[in-house]
Design a protein around this ligand. Structure first.
Ligand SMILES: *[C@@H]1O[C@H](CO)[C@@H](O)[C@H](O)[C@H]1NC(C)=O
Length: 123
């Protein structure tokens, strides 16, 4: 029969695993993906993003994912970007708390709503 310390150790291991494996993977925009037809604002409005979560962008080759500053996000400045991703299948891990901002490389699409703000919390 297992002794109490062994049972406690087991509980701690299981608990630790549950805590460290809590990162979520979000397919941005759901089934319609990173697209100008997707209502990204309402997609993100009910999400709670935490450090360690992953944003998975799926998009056509004519689009791109650009991480930008808040300022660029607000005015859809697609010329001043932090990071550009292309290829249609991009994962971005949210490595730190704060605001993460993404816009499409096509300014008109961005103005049409193809942009995403994720307010990331430290669990
Ligand atoms: C897209 O990226 C994911 C995660 O990096 C990978 O598992 C998957 O195989 C990729 N899909 C395609 C079609 O490249």
């Amino acid at each position: 029969m297992a002794k109490l310390p062994q049972i406690l150790a087991c509980v701690l291991v299981v608990l630790g695993f549950a805590l460290t494996s809590s990162a979520s993977i979000y397919i941005v925009g759901g089934s319609s993906g990173w697209d100008v037809s997707t209502d990204l604002n309402s997609w993100s409005s009910d999400k709670k993003f935490n450090v360690g979560d992953v944003l998975w962008f799926q998009y056509s080759s004519s689009n791109s994912v650009n991480q930008v500053t808040k300022e660029s996000f607000e005015v859809c400045n697609t010329a001043k970007v932090i990071e550009t991703y292309t290829g249609g299948n991009t994962t971005v891990t949210l490595t730190k708390p704060g605001g993460w901002y993404f816009v499409d490389g096509n300014k008109l699409y961005c103005l049409g709503g193809m942009k995403l703000m994720a307010e990331v919390e430290n669990n």
